[in-house]
Write a protein that binds this ligand. Structure first.
Ligand code: DX5
Ligand code: ZN
Length: 222
């Protein structure tokens, strides 16, 4: 494993009128990361969070702020999110013709570089960039909405990426994050396949006691 297991609750499934409580629940449950889903209504059919929200959340938590950009033309948003206080910035391989330039731009801000791929995108498409990034974000649903079903076959893709990283001697350098449809009942198989970070939106914020659910994920992982 590249690193200790981490849970990244996605605030997309939290109450947008009370994100402060969502952060408090994450603190209480002991989640290390906060996953922020950025959607532009072009790359995906939904419109969500921009840099001003990240800026407002930044003073409220010391957690690692994991920004997942589902936007066309990600290069325009890299500096604004870096300035707003993101710790890691992830973009989609499908959203740009110049992935290397986006990687270099994120790198120049000093933030961690994440590269994501949609469920139907070949793992081979991200292969040339594996030695240039810090994280691969494997989508296990079509991006755009919380609360969807985990797509069967995603676990095999995680294992495939882990295998590729191992072959390239990058397993200790690049983390694997899995996003979409993660629940308590399928988390273990995804971790066993190679996930270092699991995103969970509805599974956390759709429950009565999000902090307890976060702890349940950790109990299951360890
Ligand atoms: C979907 C987002 C996910 C979403 C996951 O496009 O990238 O991060 O919040 O939500 P759940 O865990 O409910 O599938
Ligand atoms: Zn996400």
């Amino acid at each position: 494993m590249a690193s200790e297991f981490k849970l990244a609750p996605s605030i997309l499934s939290a109450d947008f009128a009370d994100l402060q409580s969502a952060l408090t629940q994450c603190e209480k449950g002991g989640a290390q990361w906060i996953h922020v889903d950025v959607m532009d209504n072009q790359f995906v059919p939904n419109l969500t969070i921009g840099p001003p929200v990240v800026k407002s959340l930044r003073p409220l938590t010391e957690k690692y702020m994991d920004v997942h950009m589902m936007v066309i033309g990600p290069e325009k948003l890299v500096k604004p999110f870096a300035k707003a206080g993101a710790d890691g910035i992830t973009f989609h391989i499908e959203a740009t013709e110049k992935p290397q330039e986006v990687i270099d731009l994120i790198r120049s801000t000093g933030k961690d570089v994440g590269l994501s791929l949609k469920p139907k995108t070949s793992v081979r498409d991200i292969e040339p960039y594996l030695d240039k990034i810090d994280l691969v974000l494997v989508m296990s649903v079509e991006p755009g909405l919380g609360g969807q079903e985990y797509i069967d076959g995603s676990t095999e893709r995680v294992a495939e990426i882990k295998q590729l990283l191992t072959e390239k001697e990058l397993r200790d350098k690049v983390q694997i994050e899995v996003d979409g449809g993660i629940k308590l009942h399928n988390a273990k198989e995804v971790i066993d396949a190679g996930a270092d970070v699991l995103v969970a939106g509805s599974a956390v914020f759709g429950t009565e006691d999000p902090a307890k659910t976060i702890q349940d994920f950790y109990n299951l992982a360890n």
